[in-house]
Structures are given as structure tokens and as C-alpha cells.
Design a protein around this ligand. Structure first.
Ligand SMILES: [Zn+2]
Ligand SMILES: [Zn+2]
Length: 259
């Protein structure tokens, strides 16, 4: 694995290690490209704070830390400044406004909540109501259609526990079709694969293959140890894509955050 665009810093409050440790480990492991995509700050109204992301006033130090490393390590590795963001219709414009003066290179969509977070609910819990899956699909589709997201991280984070598999597949297919149309890459999430979470799911990738989607691998590193995970999960991930006829893209073309 030569490129990874999905990694976090301690600002999200559930990651460990320094940015420098990640970069050095990446170089040691033969990476040519390393992207930082920490959980975005979100300018929510009032006192609301969502425990798994940096504060708005930490964004400046995040950006500058990555930009300094980018210069310092320019001869050894290509470093990119990105963010992992949810698409929250009520606050997305405010987020774009917040980051507009920074050379932010890419956004990946990680839709951790359905709705607008302060009054939405967590996507990753098991849901029995197909309406929830439909709402997730609607939101992810609307997000991809903004043209600002280069990739959709762990697309199958939403988990369906109900019995109507056909209805579930229909919603997955809508997501895949839109990803194909808008040329958004779908991520095979190595954190999920390594920790044997409910994603990646074979049934998702089967549909992604049928719809002609393209995939990218993302380590979703919250810890320097994660830089070693490809040694274990890279091959099974390649096998899964091959089984389902999904093309792997190794370097991510960036869609402009501020076109
Ligand atoms: Zn995280
Ligand atoms: Zn992540």
C-alpha cells in the first residue's frame, strides 16, 4: 500500500500518538502518500459539542501542524491536508465557511450521524427500521451531489438489523449509483476490517461491483500501530474487491473543497 488518506490526530479525543509518529511510521512502511483527515470541527449552534471531533478553535493548529510536516518531509513523503466530515445539511455551508482560508485539499465523507447531529442519531448502531436506512442513503446522496467529497468512508457504517434484505439492498444500490454518477470513490475501511466490525460487508461490495463503482483503501488510523495493518488486511481487501469486480484506485483524485 503506497497511499493512505484516512488518518486521525489526538484532537478528535479518541486517537493516540503524534502526527510525526504517524508520518515516520508511514515512511518506514514504504508509503509515498499520507493524508490526514481528522474528524472535522463543526460549527454547531449553542453549547452543543460532539465528543469525537476537534473544537472549532483547534482547526488552525491542526492545519498548521500538517502543513509544517508537509514542508519538512517533502523529500520523503507527500503529505496532504484533509478532513473527514459528515454531510449535515443545516451546517455544511458553515463548515465550508470555517475552512475557506486554508489550503484544505480534500474532504472524505464519514456519515456518523443521520440528520443534523445535535438532533440526529448515530448511524453505526443496528437499525430495524428501513426508513432509517433510507434517510442515511438520502443524506449521503445529497452530500455526494455537493461535489465537495472525494470519497465516502465506510459507506456501510449504517447497519440494518431488519428482515427486508431486498429493501436494504435497494438503498445500498442508490448510494452506489450516486457514487458512480458523481465519481466519488467508496472506501474499504481497514479499521473495520482489522477489528472485524460490521463493515466492510460483502453484500455492499457485490452491489458496488454491479454498479461499476471504484474503491479506495483507507486505514482510518487512530494510532501509529494502524500503519502496520495493511500487512494483514491489504490482501483480503484486494481479494474482496476482485471477487466483486470492483476496480481499486490507489491514489485519490481530489475534488476541490472550494471550487
Ligand atoms: Zn474516529
Ligand atoms: Zn475516520
Amino acid at each position: 500500500m503506497k497511499a493512505n488518506y484516512h488518518s486521525h490526530t489526538t484532537r478528535c479525543r479518541h486517537a493516540r500518538g503524534t502526527e510525526r509518529e504517524l508520518v515516520e511510521k508511514a515512511i518506514e512502511n514504504g508509503f509515498l502518500i499520507w493524508g490526514f483527515s481528522d474528524h472535522t470541527p463543526y460549527p454547531f449552534p449553542g453549547e452543543y459539542y460532539s465528543t469525537f471531533r476537534m473544537y472549532v478553535n483547534e482547526f488552525d493548529s491542526y492545519a498548521n501542524t500538517i502543513l509544517d510536516l508537509k514542508k519538512e518531509y517533502a523529500d520523503d513523503i507527500e503529505i496532504h491536508l484533509g478532513l473527514e466530515a459528515e454531510y449535515y445539511p443545516a451546517y455544511f455551508d458553515k463548515l465550508l465557511e470555517l475552512v475557506k482560508d486554508y489550503p484544505l485539499e480534500y474532504l472524505i465523507m464519514g456519515q456518523h450521524f443521520v440528520g443534523n447531529e445535535p438532533n440526529g442519531f448515530y448511524s453505526g448502531a443496528g437499525h430495524e427500521d428501513i426508513a432509517v436506512i433510507r434517510a442515511y442513503a438520502d443524506q449521503v446522496i445529497e452530500g455526494m451531489q455537493t461535489g465537495r467529497f472525494s470519497c465516502l468512508a465506510h459507506p456501510e457504517l449504517i447497519s440494518y438489523k431488519g428482515k427486508d434484505r431486498k429493501a436494504y439492498e435497494e438503498q445500498i444500490r442508490r448510494i452506489c449509483r450516486c457514487a458512480k454518477e458523481t465519481d466519488v470513490l467508496l472506501e474499504v475501511n481497514f479499521l473495520g476490517l482489522f477489528e472485524k466490525r460490521h463493515y466492510p460487508r460483502e453484500e455492499f461490495w457485490k452491489i458496488a461491483g454491479e454498479e461499476g463503482c471504484r474503491a479506495i483503501f483507507g486505514i482510518d488510523a487512530h494510532d501509529p500501530d494502524a500503519v502496520d495493518w495493511p500487512k494483514i488486511v491489504y490482501q483480503p481487501a484486494c481479494d474482496m474487491l476482485a471477487r466483486n469486480h470492483v476496480e481499486l484506485v490507489e491514489t485519490m483524485p481530489f475534488k476541490a473543497v472550494h471550487p
